[in-house]
Design a protein around this ligand. Structure first.
Ligand code: DGL
Length: 271
């Protein structure tokens, strides 16, 4: 048993894992990535819901976490309800940090970098209507940054043009003073993105998720979880070739990923 299983399509959830390790010391973690289906941001909603539920249910049977942390905006804005209906444990989601952005913005103009799926979801419309009704939110579908973040962590060169292209609509918006990183992959590129638009406030959801996990665990944790395995916290991946992930996961305190078998959803993949 572990305290929390962190789930993302790829390595993006590692940005959340870092915040959790910083802010919730002593919390035992596991990591799950559905890298066989990466990227999520360009796939059909019905396919994704079936896939996300299948992956998380299978992994939770193996990892036996107290809490599932869906460290993926694209999955959370779509499948939280379905996951909560299927799992007997608390499920914490990740949604774009529109609320803190609206609290911080003086100009009332906010930029959002997220996947194409997230920027077009009704969930996001509701989030803006509830927390930033008087703000102009410039939504940018920046799926190319997911690939760039994966490359960056793997030690490969990042394409500077892809970064420039992603921030261009935000740069062109006068008075924009806050940028929301609405995909967990993007904080991994923060050191490269921020200098492209300095003097703006860059916000992501990592710290808020860590705070939420700390609260949830303090409510349910009466017996401490056993210490993590020797060599790192456990991890699982759905891609058959898991070896390329191992060095990345090791750097973030996880052991080499084990293969997680998941039957493909019966619905079609492409829109
Ligand atoms: N990391 C995921 C998110 O927060 C998205 C990556 C993908 O498109 O698979 O939205």
């Amino acid at each position: 048993m572990i305290d929390a299983l962190i789930f993302d399509s790829g390595v993006g959830g590692l940005s959340v894992s870092e915040e959790i390790r910083r802010r919730v010391p002593g919390c035992s973690l596991g990591y799950l990535c559905d890298n066989a289906a990466l990227p999520y941001g360009t796939k059909r909603d019905d396919w994704l819901i079936a896939r996300i539920v299948a992956v998380c249910v299978n992994a939770c049977q193996l990892a036996r976490p107290r809490v599932l942390v869906v460290a993926c905006n694209t999955a959370s804005t779509l499948a939280l309800e379905a996951l909560r209906a299927r799992l007997p444990i608390p499920v914490i989601g990740t949604v774009p940090a529109i609320k803190p952005a609206a609290e911080a913005s003086r100009s009332r103009t906010i930029g959002l970098l997220a996947t194409g799926a997230t920027v077009n979801r009704p969930y996001l419309d509701r989030l803006i209507a509830e927390h930033a009704p008087d703000c102009r939110v410039v939504r940018v579908a920046a799926d190319a940054l997911v690939t760039q973040a994966e490359s960056h962590l793997a030690g490969r060169a990042v394409d500077a043009r892809a970064l420039q292209l992603a921030v261009a609509p935000l740069k062109a918006t006068t008075d924009l003073d806050v940028v929301v990183l609405g995909c967990t992959h993007f904080p991994l590129l923060r050191g490269l993105l921020e200098p492209l638009m300095p003097d703006r406030l860059w916000i992501d959801s990592g710290a808020a998720i860590a705070r939420r996990l700390s609260q949830v665990l303090s409510d349910i944790r009466s017996i401490p979880a056993p210490p993590g395995e020797v060599g790192g916290a456990p991890s699982w991946a759905t891609a058959p070739r898991v070896e390329s992930l191992a060095p990345i996961l090791t750097r973030f305190g996880y052991s080499s990923p084990r293969a997680l078998e998941v039957a493909p959803p019966s619905v079609g993949l492409h829109v």
